[in-house]
Design a protein around this ligand. Structure first.
Ligand code: HEM
Length: 121
């Protein structure tokens, strides 16, 4: 199971996402673009490790919930990407922030609260 890679990669994503926002806020859009590229590579790690975790659910009773967890995770990634992009262009962000909060809450509740592959061994 790849829970450690999964958690490490999304924690890293939150950090990189914050860095992108801070750089864009302070007008350093070039720096923000570079960090955004690293963030996109990190999305692949999240998807890969999440996909691997999801694979382990195929055929068992919690498969539906695990698929829903994966969709919520993809939604969270999408919202982060949209906010990163729009923060560089000073476009309105409120709707995407609301979506990000809902998607992250869903992933955390389903990931930690409901599904059984705990963080602890
Ligand atoms: C920002 C995006 C994401 C966040 C914050 C997130 C968060 C989490 C958390 C907190 C866990 C529980 C780890 C544990 O119990 O130790 C988890 C597990 C999991 N994640 Fe994600 N995840 C994200 C993206 C994804 C994506 C994109 C997929 C699918 C492609 C996915 C699929 C899974 C699966 C199948 C598990 C196993 C559930 C379990 O048994 O606990 N996740 N994730």
């Amino acid at each position: 199971m790849n829970t450690h890679l999964h958690i490490t990669s999304w924690v890293l994503a939150f950090i990189l996402f914050a860095v992108v926002l801070i750089l864009n806020k302070s007008g350093k859009t070039k720096g923000a673009t570079i960090v955004q590229m690293i963030l996109r590579l990190d999305y692949l790690l999240i998807l890969f490790s999440g996909g691997q975790l999801l694979f382990a659910y195929f055929g068992n009773a919690m498969m539906g919930e695990a698929i829903f967890k994966g969709l919520a995770g993809i939604w969270a990634i999408l919202a982060m990407e949209m906010i990163s992009l729009k923060s560089g262009r000073e476009e309105p962000l409120k709707g995407w922030w609301i979506q990000l909060i809902i998607a992250v809450l869903l992933t955390l509740i389903l990931g930690f609260g409901r599904l059984p592959f705990g963080f602890l061994p």
